[in-house]
Design a protein around this ligand. Structure first.
Ligand SMILES: [Zn+2]
Length: 311
């Protein structure tokens, strides 16, 4: 099949936009960076309507440009990341996934249809993950070893997911947010890499920080938009001082400054509140990303998991 989207030199050329000039280098008083620990930058490769408004939404073309923008930024900093691919996106834009792979990033699974685990049966979950593994294996020639649940929906009630993931041959999961939150997370779950009880499956939880006895998320997504950049960097440094990599995450649509408005023009219906909270501070994400990516060392989650296993 002909490549429908640009790769190689064309993309590299597009890289020469003045990214570093957008970087905010105020706040010099920070913890020294421990370069012996590598962190992990992950991307949930999905489109805004299906991820936020619900699984019945179609995949829009915006995901292509948004993902290409992330690839340009990662390439600028020579950072290899882990992309948790929603395979409904892969079905529609297979070349986009090959492009991510060609840049040296790890391709992992974000399932197929983005149905929250809390809304489906174990059988349906197994079918969804198996389907995504099959699609990614066919597309990339490599079987994925990692999984992240839609909206981090592995919670106390859906812990049955671990056994299914292991049975499907996955080596790690990165879905259990060790925080107290109304919609996701398991309060008190370990904040570090660990094995699921009685299983080989490894959990690589998204990064959190301890503040007055509570674990708070700093890992990415909305937190990354809303929290001060310095706080995020300090939290990563604190993790690294304990010898722990910080697992960060973001979504392509967070770089899409006009995305919310344009989805509305395209006829999508959602509340003004949702539009406002989801679109808030998107403009500052790119500069923050540059600052983050130039401040720390990174590797893929597959590499971090292998390093943890052989420690
Ligand atoms: Zn998602």
């Amino acid at each position: 099949m002909a490549r429908a989207i640009e790769t190689g030199p064309a993309l590299r050329q597009a890289t020469v936009v003045s990214e570093p000039t957008q970087v905010d280098r105020t706040n010099r008083h920070e913890l020294p960076v421990d370069t012996s620990v590598r962190n992990v930058f992950t991307v949930d490769l999905e489109d805004w309507p299906i991820a936020v408004l619900g699984p019945h939404h179609e995949i829009s073309g915006r995901v292509v440009d948004n993902t290409k923008q992330i690839l340009r930024i990662l390439r600028w900093h020579s950072v290899r990341a882990t992309f948790f691919v929603l395979t409904k996106v892969a079905d529609r834009y297979p070349d986009l996934i090959r492009m991510v792979q060609d840049d040296g990033h790890e391709i992992a699974s974000h399932g197929h249809g983005h149905e929250l685990l809390t809304n489906i049966t174990p059988d349906r979950f197994e079918d969804d993950v198996q389907r995504s593994i099959d699609i990614l294996t066919m597309l990339t020639g490599t079987r994925p070893i990692g999984y992240r649940a839609p909206a981090f929906s592995i919670v106390k009630e859906t812990r049955w997911a671990g056994e299914i993931l292991q049975r499907l041959g996955l080596r790690y999961d990165s879905s259990v947010f060790p925080i107290r939150h109304p919609r996701y997370g398991i309060a008190g779950a370990p904040r570090e890499f660990h094995r699921w009880a009685g299983m080989q499956l490894i959990e690589a939880p998204p990064a959190t920080v301890r503040v007055v006895g509570r674990s708070l998320p700093i890992a990415g997504g909305g937190y990354f938009r809303l929290l001060p950049g310095q706080l995020v960097r300090t939290a990563i440094s604190l993790s690294n001082r304990r010898g722990q990599p910080a697992v960060l995450y973001m979504h392509p649509y967070e770089l899409d400054i006009d995305g919310i408005q344009e989805h509305r023009w395209d006829g999508l219906r959602f509340s003004p509140w949702r539009g406002m909270t989801q679109g808030m501070f998107r403009k500052r994400i790119e500069a923050r990303l540059h600052r983050l990516l130039e401040s720390f060392q990174f590797e893929t989650l597959a590499e971090a998991v292998t390093r943890w296993e052989s420690r």
